[in-house]
Ligand binder design. Structure first.
Ligand code: AP5
Ligand code: ZN
Length: 217
């Protein structure tokens, strides 16, 4: 499958994407996770990106397009298709993606918007815990790990993301509405847009997701 997930911070992109990856044996490319791995390695890009991410801004389009292009070309898992999570986030990124797929005589099949009211996101974001190495996320109340502050699979510690506080969230939401909402319109025009209600519980969101991707369109 070749699809993108669009939705505000906390909508559930990173919760649903690994399940899609499993089901379709393709790659899951989360640009936020890729940037956080650069931050952890303290690369020049990581140092620059950390400031931008903590302020809820966006890393430059050419850098992000380059990152996705590199993965789609070299990551073997992507030969079976891809789930993009957090990309494209601007119209130029969406155009960049279309251009790179065209070079491969491919096109996107689904652009799924995870629709949810901003008011529900504060609790999701401030309660989130993540396993940095894998990007797996939990929630203190909605999806607690089996042992407090410990990843279920590796037993390693869970942490809170440095941009997961109420103040940075407001900036991320502002950026989302200004820069990423136009991407929804972009895909509505091309006819591959589908919306789902992301305020439902995770199992129900997954059912809505499958109804979209299994519809064959
Ligand atoms: P990124 O990491 O992509 O962050 P984001 O878009 O803000 O999205 P989140 O990861 O916060 O939300 P999610 O939808 O994945 O939610 P999750 O499933 O974890 O990007 C971070 C930053 O990097 C950006 O701000 C930007 O600076 C930069 N960046 C990244 N990509 C870029 C790009 N393309 N261009 C430029 N800059 C870029 O769920 C959240 C919580 O809710 C979890 O605790 C989860 O357990 C819980 N939860 C999930 N689903 C449900 C449910 N149905 N019911 C109840 N709880 C739920
Ligand atoms: Zn995420």
């Amino acid at each position: 499958v070749r699809m993108v997930l669009i939705g505000p911070p906390g909508a559930g992109k990173g919760t649903q994407a690994p399940k899609l990856k499993e089901r379709f044996s393709c790659c899951h490319l989360a640009t936020g996770d890729m940037l956080r791995s650069q931050v952890a390695k303290k690369t020049p890009l990581g140092r620059e990106a950390k400031k931008i991410m903590d302020q809820g801004g966006l890393v430059r389009d050419d850098i992000m397009i380059g990152m996705i292009k590199e993965e789609l070309s070299n990551n073997k898992e992507c030969q079976g298709g891809f789930i993009l999570d957090g990309f494209p986030r601007t119209v130029p990124q969406a155009e960049g993606l279309d251009a790179m797929l065209k070079e491969r005589s491919q096109s996107l099949q689904h652009a799924v918007e995870l629709q949810i009211d901003d008011s529900l996101l504060v609790e999701r974001i401030t309660g989130r815990l993540v396993h940095p190495a894998s990007g797996r996320s939990y929630h203190r109340t909605f999806n607690p790990p089996k042992q407090a502050m410990t990843d279920d699979i590796t037993g390693e510690p869970l942490v809170q993301r440095s941009d997961d506080n109420a103040e940075a969230l407001q900036k991320r939401l502002k950026t989302y509405h200004a820069q990423t909402s136009p991407v929804v319109n972009y895909y509505q025009k091309t006819g591959i847009w589908k919306g789902l209600d992301a305020s439902q519980e995770p199992g129900q969101v997954w059912k809505s997701m499958l109804a979209i991707v299994d519809s064959g369109s």
